[in-house]
Design a protein around this ligand. Structure first.
Ligand SMILES: Cc1ncc(COP(=O)(O)O)c(C=O)c1O
Length: 365
Protein backbone atom coordinates (compact mmCIF):
# COMPACT_ATOMS: atom_id res chain seq x y z
CA UNK A 1 0.00 0.00 0.00
CA UNK A 2 1.36 3.40 -0.82
CA UNK A 3 0.74 6.45 1.33
CA UNK A 4 0.74 9.61 -0.65
CA UNK A 5 0.07 13.28 -0.02
CA UNK A 6 -1.72 14.86 -2.94
CA UNK A 7 -1.69 18.49 -4.08
CA UNK A 8 -4.33 19.55 -1.55
CA UNK A 9 -2.43 18.09 1.40
CA UNK A 10 -4.84 15.16 1.87
CA UNK A 11 -3.36 11.76 2.53
CA UNK A 12 -4.61 9.10 0.15
CA UNK A 13 -3.52 5.79 1.65
CA UNK A 14 -4.37 4.05 -1.60
CA UNK A 15 -5.66 5.29 -4.91
CA UNK A 16 -9.11 3.85 -5.50
CA UNK A 17 -10.93 5.27 -8.51
CA UNK A 18 -13.42 2.46 -8.36
CA UNK A 19 -17.16 2.32 -8.68
CA UNK A 20 -17.61 1.16 -5.07
CA UNK A 21 -16.47 0.71 -2.49
CA UNK A 22 -14.73 3.96 -3.27
CA UNK A 23 -11.74 5.74 -1.79
CA UNK A 24 -12.31 6.69 1.88
CA UNK A 25 -10.31 9.56 3.37
CA UNK A 26 -8.11 8.51 6.28
CA UNK A 27 -9.84 11.04 8.56
CA UNK A 28 -13.15 9.28 7.84
CA UNK A 29 -11.64 5.87 8.55
CA UNK A 30 -10.28 7.23 11.81
CA UNK A 31 -13.67 8.58 12.87
CA UNK A 32 -14.84 4.95 13.14
CA UNK A 33 -12.49 4.25 16.04
CA UNK A 34 -14.45 6.17 18.67
CA UNK A 35 -15.37 3.96 21.67
CA UNK A 36 -18.22 1.55 21.08
CA UNK A 37 -21.70 2.34 22.42
CA UNK A 38 -24.85 0.24 22.28
CA UNK A 39 -27.58 1.12 19.83
CA UNK A 40 -30.21 1.47 22.56
CA UNK A 41 -28.15 3.90 24.64
CA UNK A 42 -28.93 7.57 25.14
CA UNK A 43 -25.61 8.40 23.43
CA UNK A 44 -26.51 6.39 20.34
CA UNK A 45 -29.98 7.91 20.13
CA UNK A 46 -28.49 11.41 20.17
CA UNK A 47 -26.07 10.37 17.41
CA UNK A 48 -28.82 8.68 15.36
CA UNK A 49 -31.23 11.61 15.36
CA UNK A 50 -28.40 13.97 14.52
CA UNK A 51 -27.16 11.97 11.50
CA UNK A 52 -30.69 11.47 10.18
CA UNK A 53 -31.42 15.19 10.43
CA UNK A 54 -28.17 16.07 8.61
CA UNK A 55 -28.80 13.38 5.96
CA UNK A 56 -32.15 15.04 5.24
CA UNK A 57 -30.40 18.39 4.99
CA UNK A 58 -27.73 17.00 2.66
CA UNK A 59 -30.39 15.42 0.45
CA UNK A 60 -32.71 18.42 0.81
CA UNK A 61 -35.73 16.32 1.73
CA UNK A 62 -38.34 16.08 4.50
CA UNK A 63 -38.85 12.35 3.86
CA UNK A 64 -38.18 9.89 6.67
CA UNK A 65 -34.77 8.24 6.23
CA UNK A 66 -34.01 4.81 7.68
CA UNK A 67 -30.70 2.98 7.90
CA UNK A 68 -29.77 -0.66 8.25
CA UNK A 69 -26.58 -2.64 8.76
CA UNK A 70 -26.30 -4.10 5.30
CA UNK A 71 -25.92 -2.99 1.74
CA UNK A 72 -28.29 -0.97 -0.41
CA UNK A 73 -29.90 -4.14 -1.79
CA UNK A 74 -31.57 -4.69 1.59
CA UNK A 75 -33.77 -1.70 0.86
CA UNK A 76 -34.14 -2.36 -2.88
CA UNK A 77 -35.83 -5.49 -1.58
CA UNK A 78 -37.51 -3.55 1.23
CA UNK A 79 -39.17 -1.09 -1.14
CA UNK A 80 -40.71 -3.90 -3.18
CA UNK A 81 -41.75 -5.97 -0.16
CA UNK A 82 -43.49 -3.02 1.49
CA UNK A 83 -44.95 -1.26 -1.51
CA UNK A 84 -46.13 -3.96 -3.90
CA UNK A 85 -48.80 -6.61 -3.39
CA UNK A 86 -48.72 -7.98 -6.89
CA UNK A 87 -47.79 -5.85 -9.93
CA UNK A 88 -44.75 -3.70 -10.48
CA UNK A 89 -43.21 -2.08 -13.55
CA UNK A 90 -39.42 -2.49 -13.72
CA UNK A 91 -37.45 -0.23 -16.05
CA UNK A 92 -33.92 -1.24 -16.94
CA UNK A 93 -31.00 -0.08 -19.06
CA UNK A 94 -28.27 -2.18 -17.46
CA UNK A 95 -27.14 -4.62 -14.79
CA UNK A 96 -28.59 -2.87 -11.78
CA UNK A 97 -31.99 -2.27 -13.35
CA UNK A 98 -31.97 -5.98 -14.17
CA UNK A 99 -30.98 -6.71 -10.58
CA UNK A 100 -34.00 -4.86 -9.19
CA UNK A 101 -36.29 -6.78 -11.54
CA UNK A 102 -34.66 -9.98 -10.28
CA UNK A 103 -35.23 -8.88 -6.67
CA UNK A 104 -38.91 -8.19 -7.36
CA UNK A 105 -39.36 -11.57 -9.01
CA UNK A 106 -37.51 -13.32 -6.17
CA UNK A 107 -40.10 -11.79 -3.85
CA UNK A 108 -42.95 -13.26 -5.88
CA UNK A 109 -44.05 -10.03 -7.59
CA UNK A 110 -45.43 -9.92 -11.08
CA UNK A 111 -42.96 -7.73 -12.99
CA UNK A 112 -43.75 -5.99 -16.26
CA UNK A 113 -40.37 -5.18 -17.77
CA UNK A 114 -39.24 -2.39 -20.06
CA UNK A 115 -35.74 -2.94 -21.37
CA UNK A 116 -33.81 -0.07 -22.94
CA UNK A 117 -30.54 -0.72 -24.81
CA UNK A 118 -27.39 -0.52 -22.68
CA UNK A 119 -25.69 2.86 -23.01
CA UNK A 120 -29.02 4.64 -23.55
CA UNK A 121 -30.97 6.54 -20.92
CA UNK A 122 -34.50 5.54 -19.98
CA UNK A 123 -36.68 8.30 -21.41
CA UNK A 124 -40.37 9.22 -21.16
CA UNK A 125 -41.01 7.87 -24.69
CA UNK A 126 -39.86 4.40 -23.52
CA UNK A 127 -42.73 4.15 -21.05
CA UNK A 128 -45.55 5.78 -23.01
CA UNK A 129 -48.82 3.96 -22.29
CA UNK A 130 -47.10 1.37 -20.09
CA UNK A 131 -48.18 2.55 -16.62
CA UNK A 132 -51.46 0.69 -16.61
CA UNK A 133 -54.02 0.68 -13.77
CA UNK A 134 -52.71 -2.57 -12.26
CA UNK A 135 -49.20 -1.17 -11.73
CA UNK A 136 -48.70 -0.45 -8.02
CA UNK A 137 -45.14 0.82 -8.30
CA UNK A 138 -42.51 1.66 -10.89
CA UNK A 139 -38.85 1.06 -10.11
CA UNK A 140 -35.77 2.25 -11.97
CA UNK A 141 -32.12 3.09 -11.46
CA UNK A 142 -31.23 6.75 -11.53
CA UNK A 143 -27.54 6.29 -12.38
CA UNK A 144 -26.87 2.90 -14.02
CA UNK A 145 -23.44 1.86 -12.71
CA UNK A 146 -22.79 -0.72 -15.43
CA UNK A 147 -23.07 1.83 -18.25
CA UNK A 148 -22.47 5.21 -16.59
CA UNK A 149 -25.84 6.51 -17.79
CA UNK A 150 -27.83 9.03 -15.78
CA UNK A 151 -31.50 8.75 -16.70
CA UNK A 152 -33.70 11.88 -16.53
CA UNK A 153 -35.47 11.10 -13.27
CA UNK A 154 -37.65 14.22 -13.21
CA UNK A 155 -38.91 13.65 -16.76
CA UNK A 156 -39.65 9.99 -16.01
CA UNK A 157 -41.60 10.89 -12.89
CA UNK A 158 -43.66 13.42 -14.87
CA UNK A 159 -44.47 10.84 -17.55
CA UNK A 160 -45.40 8.17 -14.97
CA UNK A 161 -47.69 10.59 -13.11
CA UNK A 162 -49.26 11.74 -16.39
CA UNK A 163 -50.40 8.18 -16.99
CA UNK A 164 -51.31 6.98 -13.50
CA UNK A 165 -50.48 7.23 -9.80
CA UNK A 166 -48.24 4.31 -8.80
CA UNK A 167 -45.55 4.52 -6.15
CA UNK A 168 -42.15 5.52 -7.54
CA UNK A 169 -39.02 3.73 -6.34
CA UNK A 170 -35.58 5.00 -7.32
CA UNK A 171 -32.22 3.29 -6.93
CA UNK A 172 -29.97 6.27 -6.23
CA UNK A 173 -27.04 4.12 -5.13
CA UNK A 174 -24.54 5.93 -7.37
CA UNK A 175 -26.28 9.27 -7.80
CA UNK A 176 -27.24 10.37 -4.28
CA UNK A 177 -24.81 13.03 -2.99
CA UNK A 178 -22.98 13.21 -6.33
CA UNK A 179 -25.85 14.48 -8.49
CA UNK A 180 -28.68 16.90 -7.69
CA UNK A 181 -31.79 14.72 -7.40
CA UNK A 182 -33.97 17.73 -6.59
CA UNK A 183 -36.20 15.67 -4.30
CA UNK A 184 -38.44 18.59 -3.36
CA UNK A 185 -39.56 18.77 -7.00
CA UNK A 186 -39.04 15.14 -8.02
CA UNK A 187 -41.40 13.35 -5.65
CA UNK A 188 -40.44 9.73 -5.09
CA UNK A 189 -41.77 7.17 -2.63
CA UNK A 190 -38.55 5.29 -2.02
CA UNK A 191 -35.01 6.47 -2.61
CA UNK A 192 -32.40 3.81 -1.92
CA UNK A 193 -28.66 4.34 -1.47
CA UNK A 194 -25.63 2.92 0.34
CA UNK A 195 -22.64 4.17 2.29
CA UNK A 196 -19.88 3.01 -0.07
CA UNK A 197 -20.48 5.32 -3.03
CA UNK A 198 -20.76 9.14 -3.23
CA UNK A 199 -21.04 9.40 0.55
CA UNK A 200 -17.37 8.39 0.61
CA UNK A 201 -17.78 5.93 3.49
CA UNK A 202 -16.84 2.27 3.89
CA UNK A 203 -19.52 -0.25 2.85
CA UNK A 204 -22.06 -1.51 5.37
CA UNK A 205 -24.98 0.89 5.69
CA UNK A 206 -28.07 0.67 3.49
CA UNK A 207 -30.41 3.69 3.45
CA UNK A 208 -33.95 4.34 2.30
CA UNK A 209 -35.89 7.61 2.20
CA UNK A 210 -39.61 6.87 2.28
CA UNK A 211 -42.79 8.81 1.53
CA UNK A 212 -45.94 8.78 3.68
CA UNK A 213 -47.73 7.09 0.75
CA UNK A 214 -45.31 4.15 0.82
CA UNK A 215 -45.72 3.81 4.59
CA UNK A 216 -49.52 3.87 4.16
CA UNK A 217 -49.34 1.17 1.50
CA UNK A 218 -47.01 -0.94 3.67
CA UNK A 219 -49.72 -1.24 6.31
CA UNK A 220 -51.92 -3.06 3.79
CA UNK A 221 -49.23 -5.53 2.77
CA UNK A 222 -48.69 -8.85 4.54
CA UNK A 223 -45.27 -10.55 4.51
CA UNK A 224 -43.08 -7.47 4.55
CA UNK A 225 -40.33 -9.67 5.95
CA UNK A 226 -38.63 -8.90 9.25
CA UNK A 227 -35.33 -7.23 8.30
CA UNK A 228 -37.09 -5.22 5.62
CA UNK A 229 -40.31 -4.36 7.48
CA UNK A 230 -40.54 -0.59 7.09
CA UNK A 231 -43.33 -0.33 9.67
CA UNK A 232 -41.16 -1.94 12.35
CA UNK A 233 -38.11 0.01 11.18
CA UNK A 234 -40.04 3.30 11.38
CA UNK A 235 -41.15 2.54 14.93
CA UNK A 236 -37.52 2.20 16.00
CA UNK A 237 -36.40 5.13 13.86
CA UNK A 238 -39.04 7.34 15.54
CA UNK A 239 -37.35 6.33 18.81
CA UNK A 240 -33.99 7.38 17.29
CA UNK A 241 -32.65 3.87 16.88
CA UNK A 242 -32.65 0.95 14.48
CA UNK A 243 -34.72 -2.24 14.31
CA UNK A 244 -31.67 -4.49 14.48
CA UNK A 245 -28.17 -3.65 15.70
CA UNK A 246 -26.91 -0.42 14.17
CA UNK A 247 -23.50 -0.43 12.46
CA UNK A 248 -22.28 2.00 15.12
CA UNK A 249 -18.71 2.49 13.84
CA UNK A 250 -20.00 3.35 10.39
CA UNK A 251 -22.49 5.76 11.90
CA UNK A 252 -19.53 7.49 13.58
CA UNK A 253 -17.92 7.84 10.16
CA UNK A 254 -21.21 9.12 8.72
CA UNK A 255 -21.44 11.65 11.55
CA UNK A 256 -17.97 12.98 10.70
CA UNK A 257 -18.59 12.94 6.97
CA UNK A 258 -21.92 14.77 7.14
CA UNK A 259 -20.32 17.74 8.84
CA UNK A 260 -17.75 17.93 6.07
CA UNK A 261 -20.39 17.53 3.38
CA UNK A 262 -22.62 20.25 4.78
CA UNK A 263 -19.61 22.55 5.10
CA UNK A 264 -18.77 21.95 1.43
CA UNK A 265 -22.40 22.54 0.43
CA UNK A 266 -24.52 20.29 -1.78
CA UNK A 267 -24.27 22.42 -4.93
CA UNK A 268 -20.49 22.72 -4.60
CA UNK A 269 -20.32 18.96 -4.17
CA UNK A 270 -22.37 18.40 -7.33
CA UNK A 271 -20.17 20.85 -9.24
CA UNK A 272 -17.04 19.01 -8.06
CA UNK A 273 -18.48 15.73 -9.32
CA UNK A 274 -19.40 17.31 -12.65
CA UNK A 275 -15.91 18.77 -12.98
CA UNK A 276 -14.32 15.35 -12.42
CA UNK A 277 -16.71 13.77 -14.93
CA UNK A 278 -15.88 16.43 -17.53
CA UNK A 279 -12.15 15.77 -17.16
CA UNK A 280 -12.67 12.04 -17.74
CA UNK A 281 -15.02 12.60 -20.72
CA UNK A 282 -12.50 14.88 -22.36
CA UNK A 283 -9.66 12.42 -21.74
CA UNK A 284 -11.71 9.54 -23.22
CA UNK A 285 -11.31 11.00 -26.70
CA UNK A 286 -7.67 9.87 -26.56
CA UNK A 287 -8.98 6.31 -26.53
CA UNK A 288 -12.35 5.26 -27.91
CA UNK A 289 -14.72 7.69 -26.24
CA UNK A 290 -17.49 7.10 -23.72
CA UNK A 291 -20.12 4.34 -23.83
CA UNK A 292 -23.21 6.39 -22.87
CA UNK A 293 -25.15 8.46 -25.32
CA UNK A 294 -24.47 12.20 -25.27
CA UNK A 295 -26.44 14.25 -22.80
CA UNK A 296 -26.99 11.43 -20.31
CA UNK A 297 -23.52 10.76 -18.91
CA UNK A 298 -23.12 10.12 -15.22
CA UNK A 299 -21.30 12.62 -13.03
CA UNK A 300 -20.06 9.89 -10.67
CA UNK A 301 -18.95 7.06 -13.00
CA UNK A 302 -17.18 7.29 -16.34
CA UNK A 303 -17.70 4.24 -18.56
CA UNK A 304 -15.15 4.30 -21.37
CA UNK A 305 -14.97 2.16 -24.49
CA UNK A 306 -11.97 -0.14 -24.38
CA UNK A 307 -11.29 -0.61 -28.04
CA UNK A 308 -8.56 -3.20 -28.62
CA UNK A 309 -6.82 -2.45 -25.29
CA UNK A 310 -5.72 -5.39 -23.13
CA UNK A 311 -7.46 -4.13 -19.99
CA UNK A 312 -6.14 -6.81 -17.63
CA UNK A 313 -2.55 -6.01 -18.58
CA UNK A 314 -3.19 -2.27 -18.40
CA UNK A 315 -4.87 -2.54 -15.01
CA UNK A 316 -2.19 -4.82 -13.57
CA UNK A 317 0.37 -2.17 -14.47
CA UNK A 318 -1.79 0.62 -13.04
CA UNK A 319 -2.26 -1.32 -9.81
CA UNK A 320 1.47 -1.89 -9.50
CA UNK A 321 1.75 1.91 -9.37
CA UNK A 322 -0.89 2.05 -6.62
CA UNK A 323 -3.92 3.09 -8.70
CA UNK A 324 -7.09 1.09 -9.14
CA UNK A 325 -10.04 1.62 -11.49
CA UNK A 326 -12.94 -0.75 -12.27
CA UNK A 327 -13.49 -3.37 -14.92
CA UNK A 328 -16.48 -3.27 -17.25
CA UNK A 329 -19.65 -4.83 -15.84
CA UNK A 330 -22.40 -7.11 -17.09
CA UNK A 331 -23.10 -7.27 -20.83
CA UNK A 332 -20.50 -4.56 -21.59
CA UNK A 333 -17.79 -6.07 -19.38
CA UNK A 334 -15.40 -6.88 -22.21
CA UNK A 335 -16.08 -3.67 -24.15
CA UNK A 336 -15.59 -1.07 -21.44
CA UNK A 337 -13.81 -0.08 -18.26
CA UNK A 338 -15.00 2.27 -15.54
CA UNK A 339 -13.52 5.15 -13.58
CA UNK A 340 -15.29 6.06 -10.35
CA UNK A 341 -15.09 9.76 -9.53
CA UNK A 342 -17.20 10.26 -6.46
CA UNK A 343 -17.17 10.85 -2.75
CA UNK A 344 -14.10 12.72 -1.54
CA UNK A 345 -12.07 12.53 -4.76
CA UNK A 346 -11.17 15.85 -6.34
CA UNK A 347 -10.31 17.04 -9.84
CA UNK A 348 -6.61 17.04 -8.88
CA UNK A 349 -6.88 13.33 -8.00
CA UNK A 350 -8.49 12.58 -11.38
CA UNK A 351 -5.85 14.53 -13.26
CA UNK A 352 -3.17 12.60 -11.40
CA UNK A 353 -4.83 9.27 -12.26
CA UNK A 354 -5.14 10.19 -15.93
CA UNK A 355 -1.49 11.23 -16.09
CA UNK A 356 -0.50 7.80 -14.73
CA UNK A 357 -2.91 6.17 -17.19
CA UNK A 358 -1.27 8.12 -20.03
CA UNK A 359 2.17 6.93 -18.93
CA UNK A 360 0.95 3.35 -18.61
CA UNK A 361 -0.64 3.39 -22.07
CA UNK A 362 2.63 4.72 -23.48
CA UNK A 363 4.63 1.96 -21.75
CA UNK A 364 2.34 -0.74 -23.13
CA UNK A 365 2.58 0.50 -26.74
C1 LIG B 1 -26.80 1.32 -9.19
C2 LIG B 1 -26.56 0.26 -8.16
N1 LIG B 1 -27.60 -0.33 -7.59
C3 LIG B 1 -27.47 -1.28 -6.65
C4 LIG B 1 -26.23 -1.70 -6.26
C5 LIG B 1 -26.11 -2.76 -5.21
O1 LIG B 1 -25.71 -2.12 -4.03
P1 LIG B 1 -25.23 -2.94 -2.77
O2 LIG B 1 -24.09 -3.79 -3.20
O3 LIG B 1 -24.84 -1.85 -1.80
O4 LIG B 1 -26.37 -3.75 -2.27
C6 LIG B 1 -25.09 -1.13 -6.83
C7 LIG B 1 -23.76 -1.58 -6.45
O5 LIG B 1 -22.75 -1.29 -7.08
C8 LIG B 1 -25.27 -0.12 -7.79
O6 LIG B 1 -24.21 0.47 -8.37
Amino acid sequence: MCAHVNGRGRTLSRKLFTVGPVHVDSEVLKAQTRPMITHRSKEYKALHVSVIERLKKALDTDMDIFLVAGSASAFLEGAVRNGVKSDVLGLTNGSFGNRWIEISKANGKNVKEIRVPWGKAIKPADIEGQVTDNIEAVHFVSNESSTGVLSPMGELICEIKKQNDPLIFVDAVTSAFGTDLNLKKNKVDALVFGSQKALGLPPGIGFIAVSEELMKKAKEIPNRGFYTDLIKIKKNNDDNSTLTTSPVSLVYALDFQLDRMLAEGAQARFRRHREMADIVRKWSSKLHGMLPEDGYMSDTIGVLNRGPMDFDKFHASLKSKGYEISNGYGDVKEKTFRIGHMGDLRPTDIKELLKVMDETLEELK
